[in-house]
Design a protein around this ligand. Sequence first.
Ligand SMILES: Nc1ncnc2c1ncn2[C@@H]1O[C@H](COP(=O)(O)OP(=O)(O)OP(=O)(O)O)[C@@H](O)[C@H]1O
Ligand SMILES: [Mg+2]
Length: 186
Amino acid sequence: MATAQKQVERVVRLFEDIKSLQRYDYDHSFINKSVFDVSALASEVVNTYSPIASEKGLELNFDCSGTHRVEADRDKIEQVLDNLISNAVKYTAEGSIFVECKTNEDEVAITVKDTGIGIGSEHLDRLFDRFYRTDKARSRDKGGTGLGLAVVKGILNAHQREITVESNPGEGTRFRFSLELVQDTV
Ligand SMILES: Nc1ncnc2c1ncn2[C@@H]1O[C@H](COP(=O)(O)OP(=O)(O)OP(=O)(O)O)[C@@H](O)[C@H]1O
Ligand SMILES: [Mg+2]
């Protein structure tokens, strides 16, 4: 029963991902911006993953002290964080996951880092392509579709932002993107 429910959820998510990707292709104007604190949002997403991280025995570290106000599409940035953190949890068997925010001049850089299986350099070029998965057999067990990172890239592109990845197989992976900070007007 639980499995059937999971399958349904998966299909619904796949359908939604495909729909939004098609949209990102031709229309960037659907981005619905507001001003919000991205560290508070990241903390919410981290909290939703702490039960499954602790079930796997993973340490989930969060380091985003202070407020980082940005003007962006809150729901879509939530989807970006959700995808990156869910990957970190999914592709890490032991060790830790770190979610960090660091201010750099007029931007906040958000990093999601793990001590997981890592990604071979031969995959990095195609990692953000639709349906691309590094190890078909192994990732099929994990139940994904290979759309998460394509959605992440589409959303950040629509915000005129990029995402970078650094990884060492067997050591871990680090994804990073940044958003412009909203300056306080006095
Ligand atoms: N943190 C990570 N560590 C190791 N491999 C990763 C990590 N994040 C992504 N990958 C690799 O990149 C592939 C693509 O990731 P993506 O999020 O697009 O798809 P998915 O997780 O397989 O499925 P979905 O996100 O659609 O459920 C994954 O299948 C996995 O091989
Ligand atoms: Mg994923």
